[in-house]
Design a protein around this ligand. Structure first.
Ligand SMILES: Cc1ncc(COP(=O)(O)O)c(C=O)c1O
Length: 416
């Protein structure tokens, strides 16, 4: 793969777009972002017409691969009739009913556009219900780029306030944040025992650390959070922006059998279109009729609603999750063996169809895993395989065993 056109396109993009990318995290792609002209199934084609097996999957949403025909047909059908209407339409509640049917604790929902926005809605609902102000989250978890949750790594037992992770971020926005350690039950018990004194309204947890190395919860971690929240009057919020509709139809809540009070969904909910939702207890969500403001011009626009409803229809078939598990397990064993056979090859973490490359000695990062991974990333791109800078690997129902075999062969070459 020559990558010539993408390099030229990136240079041109930098003259009109800040950083040359639509989302800052994409600038970590090596040697530069790939510029794509077409995307279908498990593949993308760049501006030169070269084909790549895509393990980025738009950073998570494409559980069904690019351009699933049922989703595209639903969108095409509505797009010629209406686009955004700013008033009620049938698809709003048809899509909502389909989502509530999929989520075990789904009694009611509100629509939003992105994961970042929906997290803010969930926290507002939690604060309104408890009359408290602060939020306990966990280090290495990403909950969007908003000032109130985007924090550096300091954990609560270091007795440091959460630190801004971006220049230009309001440090006072983080006064409301307490940062704990994922899977540290003793720490959660200590912090939540003082929930009233610490003014903690919500626990916000990515139930599988999906951006900081792909780490599954210990068997007792989520049930303990559930029990502590009940005991101390705290709202339990699962951020299922990555895990939702990927790890199981009902997300991590279904897989681990723990019912949060609220869940945030984004990414996969709309099969490649833009929409997010806060789903959960009716009494909490219904606060939007009692003084909690929730707004958004593009919330529940017809295009997105058609995509959500169609995506939910496809995901209702349980063989989708069997297929995801089969291809992810095949990737894990096949590609994992190539890594294990190479000196200092690193290894894979996997929970369902969510995988993560981990270099020997550990250390992965949201903004890029660096080291050996950077070399692998570039070597694989030049051979026609697109991976994420963080080393996370997203699989879809469109990936086949032969895609994975070709990936393993190319990886063996790169590592050699
Ligand atoms: C777990 C998690 N929460 C929230 C977000 C923010 O979602 P969005 O990028 O749609 O704003 C992300 C994005 O990657 C995420 O991974």
């Amino acid at each position: 793969m020559a990558l010539e056109s993408s390099r030229a396109a990136f240079e041109r993009a930098g003259r009109s777009i800040g950083g040359g990318v639509g989302s800052g995290l994409r600038s970590a792609m090596r040697p530069h972002p790939l510029f794509v002209r077409e995307a279908r199934g498990a593949h993308v084609w760049d501006l030169d017409g070269d084909r790549y097996v895509d393990y980025v999957m738009a950073w998570g949403p494409l559980v069904l691969g690019h351009g699933h025909p049922h989703v595209v047909d639903a969108v095409r059908d509505v797009a010629t009739r209406m686009q955004v209407v700013g008033t009620g339409h049938e698809l709003e509640y048809l899509a909502a009913e389909a989502v509530l049917d999929a989520v075990p604790h789904g009694e009611r929902l509100v629509w939003s556009n992105t994961g970042t926005e929906a997290v803010q809605v969930a926290l507002r609902l939690a604060r309104a219900a408890t009359g408290r102000r602060r939020v306990l989250k966990f280090a290495r978890s990403y909950h969007g780029w908003h000032d109130s949750v985007y924090a550096g790594l300091a954990e609560a037992d270091s007795d440091q306030p959460a630190l801004p992770a971006s220049r230009g971020q309001s440090p006072t926005g983080l006064d409301d944040l307490v940062v704990g350690r994922f899977n540290d039950i003793a720490m959660a018990e200590r912090l939540l025992a003082e929930a009233r004194e610490r003014d903690i309204a919500a626990v916000l947890v990515d139930p599988i650390v999906s951006n900081g190395g792909v780490e599954a919860p210990l068997p007792d971690f989520l049930p303990t959070l559930r029990a502590l929240c009940d005991q101390h009057g705290v709202v339990l919020v699962f951020d299922e922006v990555i895990t939702g509709f990927r790890i199981a139809r009902g997300g991590a809540a279904e897989k681990y059998g723990v019912r949060p009070d609220l869940s945030v969904f984004g990414k996969a909910i709309a099969g490649g279109f833009t929409q997010s939702a806060v789903v959960g207890r009716a009494d909490l969500v219904d606060q939007v009729t009692a003084g909690v403001v929730h707004a958004g011009t593009f919330n529940s626009n017809p295009i997105a609603m058609a995509a959500v409803e169609a995506t939910m229809q496809v995901l209702a078939d349980p063989t989708v999750y069997d297929r995801l598990e089969t291809v992810a397990a095949y990737f894990d064993t096949t590609v994992g063996k190539v890594l294990a056979d190479a000196p200092e090859g690193g290894s894979l973490n996997r929970v369902g169809s969510l995988l993560q490359y981990v270099p020997d000695g550990g250390g992965t990062g949201l903004h890029g895993t660096g080291g050996r991974w950077d070399a692998i990333l570039e070597g694989m791109l030049r051979r026609g395989f697109l991976f994420m800078p963080s080393g996370k690997v997203f699989l879809s129902t469109a990936h086949t065993e032969s895609d994975v075999d070709a990936t393993a062969d190319a990886l063996a070459e790169v590592l050699a």
